[in-house]
Design a protein around this ligand. Structure first.
Ligand SMILES: Cc1ncc(C[n+]2csc(CCOP(=O)(O)OP(=O)(O)O)c2C)c(N)n1
Ligand code: SF4
Ligand SMILES: [Mg+2]
Length: 329
């Protein structure tokens, strides 16, 4: 395994690097939290980084012909192949350095994918990447809870009941998406013993986000981060509320912030206080009623949603994280 860069944890917002590696020149929607996630990610990683991105909003809107906000080397990869592109890039760099065709130096390799590209289409390639502990790489799944770039189709990461172009509410069937969101981070953490670092994150907590990126890039081996990204277009709200909605996802207990380091789970931010019983979860209605994609939900639907969130905290083996219960038999 090649060495990693010296990227210390950032202590306080005053110490965040001023240099931007994701600047002007993108065409994402106003208030797009995924664009903020890209900015936070590459700010923490720094200039000696190669970014590989699978098809989706963060590819298309960030590389409109002849313009791009990326300051670092950047490459597009096929929608389901963030995992294989990350492994291939890391392997290519290692090979070039071994053959003396490149200077020996640690270069960060980060592949990002959306929820459609990662949680659905590219799951097997991500799984393969996380098995290769000879390579240092990070896969960042930015989750706007739909196939957003092709006009908001439902994905395996879309929440129950959400209105999308594939799940529009009708007179006969009000709830068209009856699936509960895939639980990606724990699935990958428990299933990949060679992976030393898995985390969840949210752009509303910028410093925490920066530091998770740095921990993922410095621990060694393949790593994975799943971020929840409010999307004004797909979630249907005024763009100025992106930050607030990210916080509400966590304060209601729907999204849980944590790191899993060498198999040890550490809750952080508001999720830690919720987990310790110091802080009460806000009602899920505070989050749902702020978004047009849930405008058709009745009070009974919202109560059902609340019951499901309560279950994750009250009945799961690891509250909010692992949905297993132990049989009495
Ligand atoms: C194999 C393949 N199928 C379909 C498409 C069309 N397509 C391009 S972007 C996209 C949506 C991807 O969704 P997601 O990964 O969640 O990223 P987002 O657009 O939400 O940022 C789709 C379906 C494609 N590019 N390649
Ligand atoms: S559709 Fe959503 S994720 Fe895509 S650019 Fe717009 S706000 Fe960002
Ligand atoms: Mg998406």
């Amino acid at each position: 395994m090649t060495t990693v860069q010296d990227l210390p944890q950032i202590k306080g917002v005053k110490n965040i690097p001023l240099e931007e590696q994701f600047t002007s020149g993108h065409r994402t929607c106003q208030g797009c939290e995924s664009a903020l996630v890209m900015r936070l990610m590459i700010k923490a990683a720094g200039p000696r980084t190669i970014v590989v991105g699978s098809t989706g909003c963060m590819y298309v809107a960030n590389t409109t012909y002849y313009s791009t906000p990326w300051v670092v080397p950047w490459m597009h990869t096929q929608l389901g192949s963030s995992g294989s592109a990350a492994t291939g890039t890391a392997a290519g760099l290692a090979s070039m350095m071994r053959k003396g065709k490149m200077k020996q130096e640690p270069i960060n390799v980060i592949a990002f994918c959306g929820d459609g590209g990662g949680a659905d289409m590219g799951l097997s390639a991500i799984s393969a990447a996380l098995q290769h502990d000879e390579y240092n790489l990070l896969i960042l799944m930015y989750d706007n809870e739909s196939y957003a770039n092709t006009d908001i189709q439902v994905s395996g990461s879309s929440p129950w009941g959400a209105n999308s172009t594939f799940s529009p509410p009708g007179k006969v069937h009000r709830i068209m998406n009856k699936r509960w969101k895939k639980n990606m981070a724990p699935m990958l953490a428990t299933g990949h013993p060679n992976c030393r670092y898995v985390a969840t994150a949210c752009g509303s907590y910028g410093l925490d986000f920066n530091n998770k990126i740095r921990r993922a890039l410095t621990i060694g081996g393949p790593t994975f981060i799943h971020s929840i990204d409010p999307c004004p277009k797909g979630w249907d709200y005024d763009p100025k509320f992106s930050h607030e909605l990210g916080m509400l996802a966590i304060e209601t207990g729907l999204w849980v912030q944590y790191e899993i380091i060498d198999g040890e789970l550490i809750l952080n931010g508001p999720s830690r206080s919720i987990g310790r019983g110091i802080r009460k979860r806000k009602p899920i209605g505070d989050y749902l009623t702020r978004q047009g994609r849930f405008a058709h939900l009745t009070p009974e639907d919202i109560q059902y949603f609340q019951t499901k969130v309560d279950e994750t905290w009250e009945k799961w083996w690891m509250p909010g994280v692992i949905p297993l219960t132990m049989s009495d038999e």
